[in-house]
Design a protein around this ligand. Structure first.
Ligand SMILES: Cc1ncc(COP(=O)(O)O)c(C=O)c1O
Length: 420
């Protein structure tokens, strides 16, 4: 086969398949695999009947624009509906500040292109969302990690890292954060930390990129809506670029998200988007708009919170039963993820090999760390599998841990302590 390496740009050359997408391929080729890998919403929660009715009406042919190109910024009624959702979150956003994106993933790509030159620094928590890492890495941004505490980013490390980078002459452009039920850890950043991070960004003249797709999915048994208040809600200096999405609340297949930014930046994101896709899908935008207007979204949210809270309970009970002493995890207060630390002398890649053979997959921790660490962590997404599959998957995972430990004691090349 001909090599095309010489045709690749430097950016093309360093592009790699994401660990999560790779798991998608594994899943597609396996019959009875339990997948804790991608953070997919549960398909049985989608508002199928409402979407079918809306789509039938939209596709009647009465309005030709439903299947036409539309404005790059987005369908105006949808922009207004998004402004309403933002107001519910405490954020004042005018249509000049908003851009509808093809999933918030496109928003991340637009931000990376518009804000960063190769070598510019974006600060990321250790760990961070892999899709953001990829978007910034693809254009040659230098990603620098900052430690994380159970209540969010470690402020001392943030300040020390920034000071060091400045001494080295680095151009620190932005800090990327997922304050609500972070992907991959599920952690909720405390309100106090949000306030301090915003003050830090104002002092240091750094932008905050606040990525907030899970905000609506707080678990009412332990978290109040007030605790999810976005950093952007208290931004008086145009410091925060805010992204969110309908992927986790309506359905990711629509591929509709949005960016809210100071108007001059939003105008640049619009220009960058013109080169990427001209506009997000007109039909998708209209279905999403109708779902907002007809109250489908508002009716979904309490159901989704109850659904994922229940799955969180099933997951926690299963790991406590099966994996006690093998792993530790913080109990998620919202969102889709359980982030587990391996307390056994097995790295997550080795565990994945055994797990896959036993019919369960997850994402290995290193995918989320910009500094190459994280091999003692795994991300288990409990959102998509039904409860009985969660139980089965965790049983298989426990068997995989034991198989990995056994292979260490039997393999002659294995080094380190044997299982006690
Ligand atoms: C933190 C975070 N940001 C962005 C995205 C992308 O979402 P979408 O492009 O479907 O809106 C995801 C998806 O998992 C995510 O977890």
């Amino acid at each position: 086969m001909r090599s095309y390496d010489k045709f690749l740009s430097r950016a093309g050359d360093v592009m790699r398949e994401s660990a999560i997408r790779r798991m998608g391929t594994v899943l597609a080729g396996a019959d009875d695999m339990v997948s804790f890998a991608p953070g997919y919403p549960a398909e049985d929660t989608f508002a199928w009947a409402a979407f079918a009715e809306i789509a039938r009406e939209l596709l009647s042919g009465a309005d030709g624009k439903v299947l036409q190109y539309g404005p790059t910024r987005g369908h105006r009624p949808l922009l207004d509906a998004i402004a309403g959702l933002m107001a519910d979150r405490g954020i004042h956003a005018t249509p000049e500040q908003l851009v509808v994106t093809t999933g918030s993933q496109q928003g991340l790509d637009l931000l990376a292109r518009v804000l960063c030159d190769p070598g510019d620094v974006v600060l990321m928590e250790l760990p961070s969302y892999v899709g953001a890492i990829t978007a910034f890495r693809n254009i040659g941004t230098s990603l620098v990690g900052v430690r994380q505490d159970p209540d969010g980013i470690n402020l001392d490390d943030l300040m020390e890292t920034t000071a060091r980078l400045r001494r080295e002459g680095a151009n620190v452009k932005a800090l990327y954060l997922v304050p609500n039920f972070q992907n991959p850890t599920g952690l909720l950043m405390s309100l106090e930390k949000r306030r301090l991070v915003l003050a830090w960004a104002n002092r240091e003249d750094v932008l905050i990129i606040e990525d907030d797709p899970y905000r609506d999915l707080f678990f009412p048994d332990c978290t109040s809506e007030a605790e999810t208040r976005p950093i952007s809600a208290d931004d008086t200096e145009g410091r925060v670029i805010y992204l969110s999405s309908f992927s986790k609340t309506l359905a990711p297949g629509f591929r509709i998200g949005w960016v809210s930014a100071p108007a001059p930046l939003a105008a640049k994101f619009e220009m960058a988007k013109q080169a990427e896709d001209l506009c997000s899908g007109a039909l998708d935008q209209r279905v999403v708009y109708e779902a907002c207007k007809r109250g489908v979204l508002a009716r979904q949210l309490p159901l989704l919170r109850a659904h994922y809270q229940h799955k969180r309970d099933v997951m926690i009970q299963a790991v406590e039963r099966e994996l006690h002493g093998m792993m530790r995890w913080p109990a998620p207060r919202g969102g889709f993820f359980l982030w587990a630390h391996l307390d056994v002398p097995v790295d997550s890649e080795t565990l994945l090999t055994h797990a896959q053979a036993l019919g369960v997959i997850f994402v290995t921790g290193a995918a989320f760390f910009v500094d190459g660490r994280g091999s003692e962590h795994i991300r288990l997404s409990f959102s998509a599998p039904p409860p009985e599959r969660i139980d089965l998957g965790v049983k298989r995972l426990a068997a995989a841990v034991n198989a990995a430990l056994d292979s260490r004691t039997t393999a002659p090349a294995a080094a380190g302590p044997a299982r006690s």
